[in-house]
Structure formats: structure tokens, C-alpha cells
Design a protein around this ligand. Structure first.
Ligand SMILES: [Fe+2]
Length: 306
């Protein structure tokens, strides 16, 4: 397999604004390796629990280029249970699961419409559209979500398409347009998520942090972002506000060639280094027993070797 595009030959971080040469070199390789459209990012896998070397290489090669890969279970159209999802992910180096308030005990969440109970408070558990974000934007730095997996058990009769954008491509757009935006978005208090308080009990403290940071564990670019407008405080600073507005514009337009749109079908899924993603609304057929169900697993690890 070729050297991943994110590895600068010089060994100098391309994500430092002072390292223009390393950035140019990394940028060129990154742009040359991208795929425009989801088709070439789809890898058929026979038995996801026992990947062949060729399947594993095909999956990792796409993640190296684009930070994400789609897979399709082809063995008789089989899908996976939660244990199989965990073992499939482990073969790609994803082991340390992040448990959140709504995940099952094994750390894998079942995303489906939950009309009552505490989950109903959270948009992923409704049929409403989900705006652009990276997972875990409210997590403290020691619980940084570096990768996540979505596996489709059943799709909705209508809607439920996801959109994805490699956060490194967004970084390139912003840095090329105005490096001062990168500086503003790298500030340790670029935005703050207020605490999550339910019935007077603080379930999660307020969390400030940068949008872009270099992950100390890997030297790779990490993005922390949500497009939500409520329950978020952006830093009161001209470049920060302008950069946030530009991100919304780039993600909101229909003419951004780096946005991949794909509607997962049963037995299909996506594994990614926590790229930007969003979801359209959908309509279940509850009476007909046809409801969207997605398994979601979030990891503190990055995908192996990427
Ligand atoms: Fe998400």
C-alpha cells in the first residue's frame, strides 16, 4: 500500500501555519487522493467478522486517502449484531469504545426513533434531520472521539440519507481562503458547549475547546464541530465568527464537490476517522414494522495505520 497521504515526507506537521512547505506537500497528495462520490469508497466484504487480507487492505487504503470507507456485507445479504460490529471494528484497530448516556452496556448505541424515555430528548433518536457535526464535540479532551462506525440494520421506507465530508478537505478550503481562520479555530476556547443539566443534575460540565487541533497521539488533524445554533457559544471574535459562518456556508451549499451523500441500506455501513457528517429526516412505517435502525459505535482510537 502507498504511503498514506497524511504522512508528510519531511516529518514536519503540515498543520502548523508556520510550516507552509509541509502543508503544500501534504495538501497536494491529499487532493490527488480524494474520491468524488461514494461509489469508489464502497468495499464489499464477505464475512465482516473474518476479513480477508485483501478486504482489510481495501478498507484501510480508502480510509488512508479519505478518512472514511463504506462497506457492504455480501454474504447472503447478512447483517451484523452488536457483538459482530465490535469484532469487525476491532479488526480495523478500533477497540476503545466511548460509552455515552444512551449507549447500551457494550458501548454500541441503537439509533432508532425512541418516542419516550431519556433518549427521546436527543435528536439522533428522533426522525428529525441531524445537522453537520463531528461526534463527541461536547466531550472533554481525554475522551476525544477519533473514529466512529455506523451500521445499517434496517433503513427507513423514506429518507435517512447521510452526508459526509472529510474534515481535512474542509481544513484545506479554509486555510487556502484565509489562514487567519485556522488560527482563530485553533484557539482553545473557539467554542463552548454549555453544561447538560437535567432536573438540576449536571450530567455533563460545560466544555470549551478548539475546532481544529493536532491529536497528540497520532499527529493527525482532529476536528470538533457542530453546526447547531442553540446551546453553543462561539468566541466573541471577528475571525472566529467569520470562519464559523464560512464553514456553515461550505457545508450548506449543494455545489460542494467534497460532500458525499449516501443512504445506507441494510447490511451496509461506514467506518471513519470521525469525519463531518449530517443526516436528513426520515419517515418510519411503524404500523408496517419497518423502522430505521442503525448501530453506532464511537471510539477513542483512530483506524489502524491511517
Ligand atoms: Fe454523529
Amino acid at each position: 500500500m502507498a504511503c498514506p497521504p497524511e504522512t508528510p515526507i519531511s516529518g514536519v506537521s503540515p498543520f502548523l501555519l508556520t510550516e507552509e512547505r509541509a502543508y503544500r506537500q501534504w495538501r497536494e497528495t491529499k487532493l490527488a487522493g480524494r474520491f468524488l462520490g461514494p461509489e469508489r469508497l464502497m468495499v464489499p466484504v464477505g464475512d465482516p467478522e473474518h476479513l480477508s487480507e485483501a478486504e482489510r487492505t481495501a478498507l484501510l487504503e480508502r480510509v488512508s486517502r479519505c478518512n472514511m470507507v463504506f462497506y457492504r456485507c455480501t454474504d447472503g445479504g447478512r447483517t451484523m449484531d452488536r457483538g459482530q460490529v465490535r469484532r469487525f471494528a476491532a479488526a480495523l484497530g478500533l477497540v476503545r469504545l466511548d460509552n455515552n448516556l444512551c449507549s447500551e452496556e457494550d458501548g454500541v448505541s441503537e439509533l432508532r426513533v425512541s418516542p419516550d424515555g431519556p433518549q427521546a430528548e436527543y435528536i439522533p433518536y428522533t426522525d428529525r434531520p441531524l445537522s453537520w457535526h463531528c461526534d463527541g464535540y461536547y466531550n472533554p479532551p481525554h475522551r476525544r472521539i477519533r473514529a466512529m462506525l455506523l451500521h445499517c440494520v434496517s433503513d427507513a421506507p423514506e429518507g435517512g440519507e447521510n452526508a459526509y465530508m472529510d474534515h481535512e478537505l474542509l481544513y484545506i478550503r479554509l486555510r487556502d481562503e484565509n489562514p487567519a481562520w485556522i488560527e482563530a479555530l485553533s484557539h482553545p476556547r473557539a467554542f463552548t458547549i454549555p453544561p447538560n443539566v437535567v432536573n438540576g443534575e449536571t450530567l455533563r460540565a460545560a466544555q470549551s475547546g478548539p475546532v481544529f487541533s493536532v491529536d497528540p497521539a497520532s499527529g493527525r488533524l482532529h476536528m470538533r464541530y457542530t453546526a447547531r445554533l442553540r446551546n453553543i457559544r462561539w468566541r466573541e471574535d471577528g475571525p472566529t465568527r467569520a470562519a464559523a459562518a464560512r464553514i456553515r456556508e461550505l457545508l450548506g451549499g449543494d455545489d460542494n464537490p467534497d460532500i458525499l451523500r449516501y443512504r445506507l441500506r441494510p447490511g451496509e455501513g461506514v467506518v471513519c476517522n470521525n469525519v463531518l457528517h449530517a443526516r436528513t429526516g426520515f419517515t418510519d412505517d411503524v404500523g408496517g414494522g419497518h423502522q430505521r435502525l442503525i448501530y453506532r459505535a464511537r471510539y477513542l482510537d483512530r483506524i489502524a495505520g491511517t
